[in-house]
Design a protein around this ligand. Structure first.
Ligand code: GLC
Length: 601
């Protein structure tokens, strides 16, 4: 089973059974070797905010979000405390995969605006010390990209070898695909092309042919794309599907994933499930990452960050993504912490610890939400312990726990638009309403990703303030917008939005929470996850999160860690929390959070 499919299917199964350097100011030289130097870049301890441009703010009333809409909301993002925005793809595209099928890498899709709009977004963001991170899709292009059209036109054209073309396998006189590889999005990963009389490989949709990364011209062309955007002032790239660039040179069949009956298990699309040992995370990807890093360092003077979409199974594999000499990705995404998908204190402790100790001082990038997975309300469970969507009794408390793990850990924090107001996953209820093709193909087992891509809820007015009039929005506005929206939460002191603003402010401004080292506390506690952050000058902060729906009390023995404390000064706690709190006994309500500074006198 492959990356995205693995996550989506796992969730489907689960759900239905401070003032520091900013991207605009930065310029710490790359290649320093001490651990301090490793943390000396603008992206360290930063907050990166993912925007799905179709759904953030529509400025021209066509029901689709756009670049000018994003520019108009920069003040909001500055107030929230974000250092950089990752934009999912805005390039010209047939929009089969809503932008992840790119047909021109050096332009802007007219649905989203013009290149002048883009330049204005970059410069306006820079004024607010916010960097713009582009989504770079290297694994595949659209089948409407002129590169592919040329490649498909004959077996002898100059780009004939730019994609993964293979001859058919003849079995009993019948044409069959070269092997059993399946697409993450359903069906064989091979598509017959009548003109070339060959198959091409597509890990994702048929309309997303995979590039041949063994071809040096392909590499050179893509490094030029990166240079193009760096020269326009971008702060970095999020590298889509980066572990998928290479496949087994011998095209060997993948082994089948067997079910309990010993037969291949069947996925949501009706395919026999296979592993991804021959199609994912092959070692050659590291050569590309080194080359790309060298190219972006040279063009960007060491200030351009490379972030990877890295669904990996172990901390060791994640560590490799930084490069043996810190010469690959600066921020491969750690999917091990954020996608545990259930409140298991032991697992959270173990995985956070691994990120703290298993990356040799490199910066972990934690993330709980993105445009491919149900939002953080998936952590909310029903009486039987099964995750549910929506606004249950502990919705906001659970959100505070998640935001606390995300922002009070020693990490770079990546969040998704709408997290900060507690938008919930709102999947379509009827197949005819589904927009994401995988939801149409996989219905009802796989409902697709529309539920986490609904328009941002700005206010209680028409179209939730997302669109400028009563336009038909590309996805429906969830009915929750009347109460769950930015304007309402600005007015409400105990809102989720205020929690996000406050905890992000602590991450930016409190020295221990900004860059202090991190140590787990009370390791055998099955109910409460707690940890200590301590900066070089001895400021110490404890963080405690109740992972249960019952009240809990925790006690700390900090002297063993060289911290002597006489009391705690509360920095942030769940509204209505029990008080007063002391080192001897911190009382937490159901899913309660407490963050306090240790007083030494
Ligand atoms: C990544 C994107 C996802 C897209 C896929 C194919 O996983 O996050 O949205 O569908 O790549 O490009």
């Amino acid at each position: 089973m492959k990356r995205i499919g693995a996550v989506l299917l796992l969730l489907t199964a689960f759900l239905w059974s401070a003032g520091e350097l900013t991207p605009a100011q930065q310029s710490a030289p790359a290649g320093q070797s001490s651990q301090t130097a490793k943390r000396d870049h603008w992206w360290n301890n930063a907050v990166i905010y993912e925007i799905y441009p179709r759904s953030f703010q529509d400025s021209n009333g066509d029901g689709i979000g756009d670049l000018n809409g994003i520019t108009s909301r920069l003040g909001y993002l500055q107030k929230l405390g974000v250092d950089a925005i990752w934009l999912t793809p805005i390039y010209p595209s047939p929009q089969v995969d809503f932008g992840y099928d790119i047909s021109n890498y050096e332009a802007v899709d007219s649905q989203y605006g013009t290149m002048a709009d883009f330049d204005r977004l970059v410069s306006e963001a820079k004024k607010r010390n916010i960097g713009i991170i582009m989504d770079l899709v290297l694994n595949h292009t659209s089948d409407k990209d002129p590169w592919f059209e040329e490649s498909a036109s004959s077996r002898t054209n100059p780009k004939a070898d730019w994609y993964m073309w293979r001859d058919a396998k003849m079995v009993d006189g019948h044409r069959e695909p070269p092997n059993n590889w399946i697409s993450d999005f359903g069906g064989s990963a091979w598509q017959w092309d009548p003109a070339r009389q060959q198959y091409y490989y597509h890990e994702f949709y048929v309309q997303q042919p995979d590039l041949n990364w063994n071809n040096p011209q392909v590499r050179g062309a893509m490094y030029n794309v990166a240079r193009f955007w760096i020269h326009r002032g971008v702060a970095g790239f999020r590298l889509d599907a980066i572990t998928a660039l290479f496949e087994d040179p011998q095209d060997r069949d993948e082994p089948y994933v067997l079910g309990p009956d010993g037969k291949p298990s069947i996925d949501a699309y009706g395919d026999k499930e296979v592993t991804d040992i021959y199609t994912n995370n092959l070692p050659e990807v590291h050569d590309v990452l080194r080359e790309l890093r060298a190219a972006t360092n040279a063009a960007g003077g060491g200030r351009v960050v490379l972030i990877g979409e890295t669904y990996l199974n172990s901390i060791a594999d994640l560590h490799k993504m930084y490069g043996a000499h810190n010469d690959e990705l600066q921020l491969p995404m750690d999917m091990q912490v954020g996608f545990i998908n259930r409140f298991d204190v032991g697992l959270f402790r173990e995985r956070i610890d691994e990120a703290e100790t298993g990356l040799n001082g490199d910066e972990p990038l934690f993330v709980f939400d993105n445009h491919d997975n149900p939002r953080w309300d998936r952590y909310q469970t029903d009486a039987a312990g099964a995750p549910t969507f929506g606004y249950g009794p502990h919705h906001d408390d659970i959100g505070r726990v998640i935001a606390t793990v995300l922002f009070a850990s020693r990490d770079t924090a990546m969040m998704y638009y709408g997290d900060e107001i507690g938008m919930v996953t709102t999947p379509p209820t009827r197949k005819e309403d589904v927009r994401d093709p995988i939801g149409i193909k996989g219905w009802p087992k796989e409902k697709g990703r529309d539920g986490e891509r609904t328009p941002m809820q700005w206010n209680a007015g028409p179209d939730a303030g997302f669109s400028s009039d009563d336009a038909k929005t590309w996805l429906p506005i969830p009915s929750s917008y009347k109460t769950v929206n930015v304007a309402a939460e600005e007015r409400e002191p105990d809102s989720m939005l205020h929690w996000y603003q406050q905890i992000i402010a602590l991450k930016r401004n409190d020295p221990a929470l900004h860059e202090g080292e991190e140590t787990m506390l009370n390791r055998s506690d099955d109910h409460v996850l707690s940890w200590l952050r301590k900066d070089a000058n001895g400021e110490a902060v404890i963080v405690a999160c109740n992972f249960t729906d019952q009240p809990q009390t925790v006690r700390f023995n900090l002297s063993a860690l060289g911290v002597s404390g006489t009391g705690l000064k509360t920095l942030l706690e769940t509204p209505g929390a029990p008080a007063p709190q002391s080192i001897d006994a911190v009382a937490l309500g159901p899913f309660g959070v407490y963050i306090g500074q240790v007083r030494s006198k």
